[in-house]
Write a protein that binds this ligand. Structure first.
Ligand SMILES: [Zn+2]
Ligand SMILES: [Zn+2]
Length: 417
């Protein structure tokens, strides 16, 4: 199988003549991982996705967690977290949780099975294209694994005040997450796109150079290399670089910073004990955990809710500055900035952890006048902040970093001489 592509991170042109299962292709310029061939990946995706579907469906119908305090027991199912948030005037949070932990992964799993048993060949071409594009757009928004960690953290928070027991659904949900993640890792994007259109006519100007220097555009949806304004495989508009990427990232970063302030100022949840309100902000919650002696959990929440969002805003601002500044940057700096960007994109959604912890606590702790927990305004601002910063990271075009100078090109040419 021959593969022609431009590295997504640095725009370096790459031609892979032959790659065997379990081999990894990396970019010779920026060393990012480009391509891995997995053995019999189709059958594995189908088997793993089906197992994940069975586990997720069984997780919906049995008790998830039980919580008892002074003889009162509250048992919830997986969907109760969303339902109870809906009741407490947080339909936004309720919907977000049900969609990102149950409905979105379930839909994707069904689609994973269908596209791996030949749906793409039966569908009319433009529907097949739309479907594939949709699948790859939705994938980054699945947050079930973060929810699972959120559950464990909320358990630590209330362990000291009540008895907790996990129901059958909890174990099914954990198994679903493992099957989902392994199945997703076996998906071969290139193979799927080739079912729609086999790009044999790929341009053959290859050497140490970038796509842009050869007047080639890498389609951002299917990665096909083309000189055309419209991708010949998926009909998406093509660009050398994402248009006004820096402006979009800047606008989203400002929004996200503006949301960060109320997210920390307003309480993220209210604990009602005997009808007395005890509001707690994100930082307040972390301090309570610290005083309780749950140091590791306090540190995890501090990193996820305070450090990661700020670091992300800082890193993306720095990258925008580096790209817009007139100064050239050297190869080592380009390399490091690319790595930092990849890390930022990868860890972004983990900031949702504290929102999920609140959701689980709200769903569980509903013991009437004795004790109950309701969501605070801060949680909504916080979730909106995480979303805008995720959009900002997706809007940034890392190839702009490599346009800053042609040092990488010169190095390569010198190496080859
Ligand atoms: Zn590269
Ligand atoms: Zn395309």
């Amino acid at each position: 199988m021959q593969i022609h592509l431009a590295c997504e991170h640095c725009d370096h042109l790459i031609y892979i003549d032959e790659i065997t299962p379990s081999q990894v292709a990396s970019c010779p310029n920026c060393h990012c991982k480009l391509y891995v061939v997995k053995e019999s990946s189709e059958q594995k995706v189908v088997a793993l996705s089906l197992s994940a579907i069975v586990m997720l469906l069984s997780a919906l119908f049995y008790p998830f967690i039980s919580f008892s305090e002074q003889g009162i027991t509250q048992t919830i199912t997986l969907l109760d977290a969303g339902k109870i948030l809906f009741k407490y005037n947080s339909p936004f949070l309720g919907l977000l949780i049900d969609i990102s932990i149950v409905f979105l992964p379930l839909t994707l799993l069904v689609l994973f099975v269908l596209i791996h048993i030949g749906l793409l060949k039966i569908l009319p071409k433009n529907y097949a294209i739309k479907l594939l594009k949709l699948i790859f757009k939705l994938k980054p928004w699945v947050m079930s694994e973060i929810f699972l960690i959120g559950i464990l953290i909320s358990m630590v928070k209330i362990m000291s005040i009540a008895d907790i027991s996990f129901g059958l659904s909890f174990y099914a949900f954990s198994a679903f997450i493992i099957f989902y993640l392994v199945s997703e890792s076996h998906i071969d994007k290139n193979k799927l796109w080739e079912q729609i259109y086999n790009s044999d006519e790929a341009p053959l100007i290859f050497g140490p150079s970038r796509a842009i220097d050869n007047n080639l555009r890498a389609c951002h949806a299917c990665h096909l290399l083309t000189p055309q304004l419209l991708c010949t495989r998926c009909n998406t508009k093509t660009f050398f670089r994402r248009p006004s990427s820096i402006q979009k990232v800047t606008a989203l970063l400002i929004t996200s910073l503006m949301l960060y302030l109320p997210a920390n100022f307003y309480p993220i949840m209210h604990t009602w004990v005997l009808n007395q309100d005890e509001p707690s902000t994100i930082l307040g919650g972390i301090m309570t955990l610290w005083k309780m002696g749950s140091y590791p959990i306090a540190i995890i929440i501090f990193i996820a809710s305070i450090i990661i969002p700020l670091a992300k805003i800082f890193v993306l601002s720095l990258l925008c500055y580096v790209v817009s500044a007139k100064k050239d940057i050297d190869y080592i700096a380009q390399h490091q900035y690319t790595k930092i960007y990849q890390l930022t994109e990868f860890i972004g959604k983990w900031s949702m952890l504290d929102v999920f912890v609140v959701a689980v606590l709200v769903a569980l702790v509903q013991l009437g006048a004795l004790m109950s927990i309701t969501p605070g305004k801060g949680a909504i601002f916080f979730a909106a902040m995480v979303f805008t910063s995720m959009f900002a990271a997706h809007a940034f075009d890392p190839r702009l970093l490599w346009d800053k100078s042609n040092t990488s090109l010169k190095n390569n040419q010198r190496d080859n001489a």
